[in-house]
Design a protein around this ligand. Structure first.
Ligand SMILES: *Cc1c(COP(=O)(O)O)cnc(C)c1O
Length: 360
């Protein structure tokens, strides 16, 4: 068996310890004589899995008691519609557009309410985060929406926008659990899990209880109503059982690593190795303004498309997978999520140095 260094933006690298443990439980989960994949979601064994997952996530993120944790199918994109449907009161929401995912979320929300785009960084290919300290947010906006870490462009909000008292909704798909956050600053903080937590197909939605509509709205599909899911403890129908199980294992791994403070330090250290190299390289350049750089997704270019392609090809042959940039940006992107070991980043930088030397 040989494992590569996988720099995929998502689905992405998972901790090897977690994969091994899951493999060891594949045929017989804790004496049940079956795999978690074969198990009833109404069984005591599965109830324990989902309860432990929620408890461990609450501990890791220090989630206040007045927030619900929902494990929901359909990835992050399904929430692009569920959020406006559930939060709509006045029928207006403010969106800050910092990349493709925020753009898609705004487009989807437009089906259900008036969307006011209060800021955007599209003028410079989303290579920065706009100043959000004094935005013109409509008084009657039901919420302010952001995508906190822009997976494709490699930018991250270092300070949250001034919402002027409005509810903040944040998509944290690609920075989930990468550092501590103050959950109480958000109305909803949510993300798809396949970037930094587990297998694809699920979103975790952390929502302040008072934002869950008390009545079921007949215009909102039952499955998309937060009330349905909150009342049923995310077990209204068959949930993505195996994904929940894997996420639970990653939460335990994060706790064993020392929690989110330690992950933050580790992630800063890893990102610094790569950014420091980019800043001194004559060949490779980062594409994001330094002050808004993501710790998780690092896009870079040589400025020459042929050289980019050569780099990606040779990197792959050397065991560095999925370094090709997103089709809308080109160049390269290294996603260095929680589960990417420091050695992976060090080895990548060594490879880049060698490539630069050989292709002067
Ligand atoms: C990947 C991604 C999404 C989409 O996630 P799906 O689970 O595929 O719907 C949304 N937002 C961000 C920030 C992402 O990185």
């Amino acid at each position: 068996m040989s494992r590569v260094y996988n720099f995929s933006a998502g689905p992405a690298v998972l901790p090897e310890e977690v994969l091994k443990e899951a493999a060891s439980e594949m045929l017989d989960y804790k004496g049940t004589g079956m795999s978690v994949m074969e198990m009833s979601h109404r069984s005591p064994a599965f109830q324990q899995i989902i309860d432990d997952a929620e408890a461990d996530l609450r501990e890791l993120m220090n989630i206040p008691d007045n927030y619900k944790v929902l494990f929901l199918q359909g990835g992050a994109s399904t929430q692009f519609s569920a959020i406006p449907m559930n939060l709509k009161k006045n029928g207006k929401a403010a969106y800050i557009v910092t990349g493709q995912w925020a753009k898609k979320a705004a487009q989807e929300a437009e089906k259900y309410l008036d969307v006011v785009r209060v800021a955007s960084s599209e003028d410079k290919t989303f290579s920065y985060i706009p100043d959000c300290s004094d935005l013109d947010i409509p008084e009657d906006a039901d919420y302010v929406y952001i995508c906190e870490n822009n997976t494709i462009y490699g930018t991250k909000y270092k300070t949250l926008p001034n919402t002027k008292g409005h509810i903040l909704v944040s998509d944290v798909s690609s920075c989930f659990l990468s550092e501590p956050v103050d959950v109480s600053k958000y109305g909803i903080i949510y993300g798809g899990v396949q970037k930094n937590i587990g297998p694809a197909g699920m979103a975790i939605v952390i929502i302040r209880e008072d934002l869950i509509p008390e009545e079921l709205d007949s215009n909102v599909p039952t499955m998309l109503a937060f009330k349905t899911q909150a009342d049923a403890g995310s077990l209204y129908n068959t949930p993505p059982c195996y994904t929940i199980y894997m996420c639970g294992k990653v939460f335990k791994w994060l706790k064993a690593m020392g929690g989110l403070e330690v992950m933050k330090e580790r992630n800063e250290k890893k990102a610094k190795i790569l950014y420091d190299f980019l800043d001194q390289s004559d060949m490779f350049k980062g594409t994001v303004v330094p002050e808004d750089r993501s710790l998780m997704n690092v896009p870079f270019v040589t400025g020459d498309e042929e050289l980019d392609a050569k780099f990606v090809k040779e990197a792959k042959a050397a065991g560095f997978e999925n370094l090709k940039g997103h089709r809308t940006v080109g160049g390269m992107r290294a996603s260095i999520y929680n589960a990417m070991p420091i050695e992976g980043v060090e080895a990548l930088v060594e490879f880049m140095k060698k490539f630069e030397e050989e292709n002067k």
